[in-house]
Design a protein around this ligand. Structure first.
Ligand SMILES: [Zn+2]
Length: 427
């Protein structure tokens, strides 16, 4: 499982190990180019910059990035509704768009004619994939862009992709076995589903399967789940963090020091109220700028909370790193007058390696707020009553508001769930 040589792999070593000053001036050049391109060719950006009173010469280097307004997903959606389909953020003629991706909520996204984003490829190398690997891509190929982006990135690193998508678990296990597949890309839940399926078929996971490396994302990965998967399959499991519009924003290398920010994005951590950058080591909202020449995203807010660090990593990468993602900014909910933040809920549940997945559901009963932690356990246990009682006690201690715990069978909570689901109605 621990092969130190694998962790030394780079997609572009010279770029990933640049010293800080060189990196800043390089990013500065690329940022100015993107800004100018967006200013000249995107209707939406032109309007946004105009109304903020920003002229082309006002932006001279990377430090001026902070002068530009932060773009929220709501702004983007609003503009897409007014100016169907892309909202005027596109910088190319529509006949230069190769695909139209459809994100949940009918949010349109143009796919560039030539996929040049190296952020996922950098992540693939960084987390341990090699050229020649055979990698199962179990992300959904319908509508959303993620599976396609990863598919193109596997090609960039000289490996082979098997585009299986989700579902068809029996066939997927057979594919894994027959083709001696050694890489996996998908959600942590889905790799667990495949493991259970293979066990159910009577396979010896370590002998009959050849998995070595997994890229997982789109869901919380607890350390207990990570080590369970790693032990069962004798493989390395690493997380990526990214979004459909921004590509890869962070990835874990072999050493798991934090999330390495890929070379071709600018990541800021800002005060969500002012849009100004906070000091390294301070928590704030992640705001990202990409260099995409078809649909550039300039200071797009992710709604995710983290902190930047300049810690060095044993893998030799010198770029910025994000500490773990602490939760969503826009999901803080008031329960009986007290704010409940997703990261507080994470703090409670991270103490329990038995927990596989959870969701907080807020309802109204007899004119009172009721908070329920719906919890799936990694496996059935006769200790579930005990665990339930302990979690309830910790909720009261950490969140300072009472909450009940309901343990449900695996598979009850949907894959792409909100951490806090507010079901209250106010008639
Ligand atoms: Zn590293």
């Amino acid at each position: 499982m621990e092969n130190p040589e694998k962790g030394k792999r780079f997609f572009d070593e010279a770029r990933e190990t640049m010293d800080w000053e060189e990196r800043e001036s390089d990013l500065s050049i690329r940022f100015l180019k993107t800004f100018e391109h967006a200013f000249r060719h995107s209707k939406a950006y032109r309007e946004i910059f105009d109304s903020a009173g920003i002229e082309l010469p006002d932006i001279k280097d990377l430090e001026d990035l902070e002068k530009l307004p932060v773009l929220s997903m709501d702004d983007l959606v609003e503009r897409q509704k007014r100016d169907v389909p892309f909202g005027g953020f596109e910088t190319v003629d529509h006949d230069r768009i190769r695909r139209i991706y459809v994100n949940p909520g009918l949010i349109w996204q143009p796919g560039e004619w030539e996929f040049l984003d190296t952020s996922w490829a950098e992540a693939l190398c960084g987390l341990g994939f090699n050229s020649g690997d055979r990698i199962l891509n179990t992300f959904n190929y319908h509508m959303w862009p993620i599976a396609f982006m990863l598919d193109a990135s596997v090609k960039m690193i000289g490996a082979t992709v098997i585009p299986t998508g989700v579902g068809n678990t029996l066939m997927q296990v057979k594919i894994m076995q027959t083709l001696k597949v050694n890489g996996f890309m998908g959600t942590p839940s889905f790799i667990m589903t495949l493991i259970q399926r293979a066990e159910g078929m009577g396979l010896d996971l370590k002998k009959d399967l050849s998995f070595e490396t997994a890229l997982v994302g789109a869901e919380m990965l607890s350390e207990s789940l990570r080590s369970r998967i790693e032990d069962k399959l004798k493989m390395t499991v690493r997380q990526v963090y990214g979004t459909a519009f921004l590509g890869c924003i962070g990835y874990e290398c072999m050493h798991m020091t934090g999330l390495h920010v890929p070379d071709n994005v600018i990541v800021e951590v800002v005060d969500p109220n002012t849009g100004k950058q906070v000091q390294p080591g301070t928590t704030g909202e992640i705001v990202v700028t990409t260099f995409n020449t078809t649909y550039p995203m300039i200071r797009m807010a992710t709604g995710d909370l983290s902190m930047l660090t300049r810690e060095s990593c044993e893998c030799g990468r010198t770029g910025p790193m994000l500490k773990k993602i602490f939760g969503r900014i826009d999901q803080a909910t008031k329960v009986r007058g007290t704010f409940v933040h997703p990261w507080q809920a994470d703090e409670v549940l991270s103490r329990y390696p038995e927990v596989f997945k959870y969701q907080v559901v807020i309802t109204r009963e007899d004119d009172k707020d009721v908070m329920t932690f719906v919890v799936e356990l990694v496996e059935e246990t006769d200790r579930s009553e005990l665990i339930r009682g302990r979690i309830e006690r910790d909720i009261k201690d950490i969140l300072t508001v009472k909450g009940a715990v309901q343990i449900v069978p695996r598979g009850t909570i949907p894959d792409l769930h909100k951490k806090i689901e507010d079901k209250r109605t106010w008639e």
